[in-house]
Design a protein around this ligand. Structure first.
Ligand SMILES: NC(=O)c1ccc[n+]([C@@H]2O[C@H](COP(=O)([O-])OP(=O)(O)OC[C@H]3O[C@@H](n4cnc5c(N)ncnc54)[C@H](OP(=O)(O)O)[C@@H]3O)[C@@H](O)[C@H]2O)c1
Length: 163
């Protein structure tokens, strides 16, 4: 039996930025549409700051899990990523932010990256972790199907993931 998908999905600026001041510093509705389509029906796992950026509204049609040391009302919380992963059934998408991407990279099979053209040059910007070419096969750069002007790429793991 094939193990269920464990993957991460992110959008990055040309500088590798994913966030600024608790938000995503660009707006590309087509990418949000694709994000919703790709993650629909799955479990999504996020860090507490990413949860806060959603203003207390869980993403619909998905099981929302938040990794945090705090107690938060209205959503399932876990004190660590491994515990959130262990509580998940079926496909899982890690949806940010940096802390979650960094820790989760070892336990994912696939990284789905959208490239936006918006430049973000700010000392407070949150950057995506590097994707190690020794660990990941880089798929082709393709045009984003929902948003003209964006591109995207899928990385797949070279060696079997950690348990
Ligand atoms: N461009 C994109 O695709 C994308 C996607 C998602 C988010 N973002 C942006 O990224 C930024 C947020 O990223 P971030 O890295 O600052 O924050 P984050 O990863 O969303 O949240 C960090 C928090 O999550 C909890 N956490 C993370 N790992 C943990 C662990 N192993 N054990 C226990 N708790 C853990 C901690 O919460 P506590 O402090 O409560 O313990 C930590 O302070 C925002 O600007 C957001 O808009 C961008």
């Amino acid at each position: 039996m094939t193990a269920p998908l464990r993957a991460m999905i992110l959008a990055v600026s040309p500088e590798g930025v994913i966030g600024l001041h608790g938000a995503i510093p660009w707006r590309h509705p087509g990418d949000l549409r694709r994000f919703a389509r790709v993650t629909r029906g799955a479990t999504v796992i996020m860090g507490r700051r990413t949860w806060e950026s959603m203003r207390g509204r869980p993403l619909p049609h998905r099981r929302n899990l938040v990794v945090t040391s705090r107690a938060i009302e209205g959503v399932e919380t876990f004190p660590g990523l491994a515990l959130a992963m262990a509580a998940s059934e079926g496909p899982v998408w890690l949806i940010g932010g940096r802390a979650i991407y960094e820790e989760g990279m070892g336990s994912c099979d696939l990284i789905d990256v959208t490239y936006v053209p918006d430049h973000v040059d700010h000392p407070d910007a949150v950057r995506a972790p590097a994707i190690d070419p020794a660990q990941w096969d880089e798929g082709p750069l393709v045009q984003h199907e929902d948003e003209p002007g964006l591109t995207r790429r899928v990385y797949t793991r070279k060696a079997p993931r950690e348990a």
